[in-house]
Design a binder for this molecule. Structure first.
Ligand code: NAD
Length: 266
C-alpha cells in the first residue's frame, strides 16, 4: 500500500525543515517558493533516508496552490498538511504580509479541504504574537474571511502603517481560521490545529535578533524556561499533532514559547 503523505509548506525554511525531519515516517511533499531551495531540501531529506518529493509553489497564487494539490494527490493517500510558510513583518509591506501570512492560509485551507479524509490533520502556524491582538468586531470579520473583497482595507486602519502589526493581526487571523474550520474538517473526519511558536532560532528569528536586539533580550528575560526555542521544540509538537495520539485535539491552538506569553499577558 502507498505510504500516507504529508505536505509541508515552507518546507525549505527553518521550521519546515525541522518538521520534515520529525515526520520522516511519512511520504513527504516539500513545497516552498523557490525551486532551488525545494531541490536542496529534498536532496537533504533523501540523503537521510526520507521518501520525499518537491514541488515549488507560491502559496499566495491560487493556480499555483491548485497545482500543488494535484501533485500531492498523486503521491499517495493524504495524511496531513503542515503549513509553515510565511514571512515576518520586519521591514516589509503590510499588504504583502496580509497576502502571504493570512490570505494564503485561507487559500490553502480551501484547496486542501478537498483532500481531507478520516484521520488526516492540518497544522497551521500562528505565533505567540497572534495572541497579543485583542478580539475586536471591527476587524475580526475580515481576519476570519481574508478572501472576501476589501478585507485588507478593513484591517489597514488598525496597523499604523506597520508590517509588524500586520504580522500580529495575520497570526490572530490564523487562530480564528483554525477555530472556524474545525467543524468543517470534522465533518470529513479530519482535524485542524494551530501552533503558536515563541522565539525559535531559525533564520526568521535570527533576523529579528539582528534588527531588534533590545526587544529580543527583553523577551528572553521574560521567558520562564530561560532560553530561546529550537526548531526541534516545535517539530516534536507538530509530529504529535499529526499522529493518532492527538486524535481528540482539534480547533485549538498550542503555544510553544517557553512560557513567555504567560508573562507578557499577566
Ligand atoms: N521562527 C520563529 O521564531 C517563529 C515564531 C513565531 C511564528 N513563526 C512562524 O512559523 C512559520 C515558519 O517560520 P520559520 O522561522 O521557519 O521561517 P523561515 O523564514 O525560515 O521559513 C519560512 C518559509 O516560507 C517560505 N515562503 C515565504 N513566502 C512564501 C510564498 N509566497 N510561497 C511559498 N513559500 C513561501 C520561505 O521561502 C521560507 O522557506 C512562519 O509562519 C512564522 O510566522 C516563527
Amino acid at each position: 500500500m502507498d505510504k500516507a503523505t504529508i505536505v509541508i509548506t515552507g518546507g525549505a525554511g527553518g521550521l519546515g525543515t525541522s518538521c520534515a525531519r520529525a515526520l520522516q515516517a511519512y511520504k513527504l511533499v516539500i513545497t516552498d517558493y523557490a525551486q532551488d531551495a525545494v531541490d536542496r531540501a529534498v536532496a537533504d531529506l533523501r540523503a537521510s533516508g526520507a521518501d520525499a518529493e518537491g514541488f515549488a509553489c507560491d502559496i499566495s497564487d491560487e493556480r499555483s496552490v491548485a497545482r500543488l494539490v494535484e501533485f500531492s494527490k498523486r503521491q499517495g493517500p493524504f495524511r496531513g498538511l503542515v503549513h509553515t510558510a510565511g514571512v515576518s513583518g520586519t521591514g516589509g509591506d503590510p499588504q504583502k504580509v496580509f497576502t502571504i501570512d493570512l490570505l494564503a492560509t485561507a487559500l490553502l485551507l480551501d484547496a486542501f479541504y478537498g483532500l481531507a479524509t478520516p484521520g488526516s490533520a492540518v497544522v497551521l502556524f500562528s505565533s505567540m504574537m497572534g495572541h497579543v491582538v485583542p478580539p475586536d468586531p471591527r476587524y475580526d470579520g475580515a481576519l476570519r474571511d481574508p478572501r472576501r473583497e476589501g478585507a485588507y482595507a478593513v484591517i489597514e486602519p488598525f496597523l499604523a502603517g506597520s508590517a509588524d502589526n500586520m504580522y500580529n493581526f495575520a497570526k490572530r487571523g490564523v487562530l480564528l481560521l483554525c477555530k472556524d474550520n474545525a467543524m468543517r474538517f470534522g465533518r470529513m473526519g479530519a482535524r485542524i490545529v494551530s501552533v503558536s511558536p515563541g522565539v525559535i532560532m531559525t533564520p526568521m528569528a535570527k533576523k529579528a535578533l539582528e534588527e531588534h536586539p533590545e526587544v529580543m533580550r527583553k523577551t528572553l528575560d521574560m521567558t520562564p524556561v530561560g532560553r530561546y526555542g529550537l526548531p526541534g521544540d516545535v517539530a516534536s509538537l507538530v509530529a504529535f499533532l499529526i499522529s493518532d495520539g492527538a486524535g481528540f485535539i482539534t480547533g485549538t491552538d498550542i503555544v510553544v514559547d517557553g512560557g513567555v506569553l504567560t508573562q507578557m499577558l499577566k
